[in-house]
Design a protein around this ligand. Structure first.
Ligand code: HEM
Length: 204
């Protein structure tokens, strides 16, 4: 079913993003503990805390950049509130969450292309979330009410929102500078995220 999300004719920009990040995705996926027997509730909480430390400042940076195209309805795509809900469901108070460490080294969002590159990574990650959601329910018994809403952050809108994102990419004039900026920002997003997760000691 997930495969149907990507059945849109690849654009030059989408092709460039995929080529630039495919290996980075494979490498990070191997190191994430979602399918590992060592993942228990305590480890999952640490993992979500680390995700929060990256998504919260990065989504704030997207907002302040003023570069998210209105057509991509940024308000609908904010994922930090789901992480806050999950951390509270797992027992954290709001002040505890606010005092969690946040990643200081984020991808630079200084052009429309860079903004799309960062968004490509965060939007694409919602697709894998569908696989992870099922696994975490099976393994830890968690669902959207008990600490795993982030993994199904768009619910039934996952497919349509991804499709809308790809359609937007399709409309962007894929000049070389935009394509280059998007590809670099997408690579940087993966690299910064992996580096951060590593520093938080949540990777395998
Ligand atoms: C163990 C963890 C993960 C698994 C199992 C996973 C799995 C997947 C799967 C199955 C897809 C393809 C969905 C489809 O074609 O319909 C996908 C796409 C994608 N994932 Fe992941 N993912 C994981 C983690 C991540 C993370 C942490 C990120 C980035 C923060 C990420 C970014 C992406 C992107 C950008 C795409 C879109 C690729 C494209 O079609 O252009 N994934 N993932």
């Amino acid at each position: 079913m997930l495969a149907t999300y990507t059945q849109v004719t690849p654009t030059r920009l989408l092709d460039a993003l995929r080529v630039a990040t495919n290996q980075l995705h494979v490498d990070l996926e191997k190191r994430l503990p979602f399918f590992s027997p060592v993942l228990d509730h305590a480890y999952f909480l640490r993992l979500l805390q680390a995700y929060h430390g990256f998504y919260r400042p990065l989504e704030a940076a997207l907002l302040t950049s003023g570069l998210v195209p209105p057509a991509l309805a940024q308000a609908e795509r904010i994922k930090t509130p789901a992480l806050l809900t999950d951390l509270q469901a797992l027992g954290m108070t709001e002040p505890d969450i606010d005092s969690l460490v946040q990643c200081p080294q984020l991808p630079v969002i200084d052009s429309p292309g860079a903004c799309l590159g960062v968004m490509y990574v965060l939007e694409g990650a919602t697709l894998g979330g569908q696989v992870l959601r099922r696994e975490i329910h099976k393994r830890l018994g968690l669902d959207e009410h008990s600490g795993a809403s982030f993994l199904n952050v768009y619910g039934s809108a996952t497919g349509p929102r991804w499709k809308a994102f790809l359609e937007y990419l399709d409309c962007v004039s894929g000049d070389d500078a935009t394509t280059e900026a998007a590809a670099q920002a997408a690579q940087s997003t993966f690299a910064c995220f992996e580096h951060w997760l590593d520093a938080q000691e949540v990777l395998l």
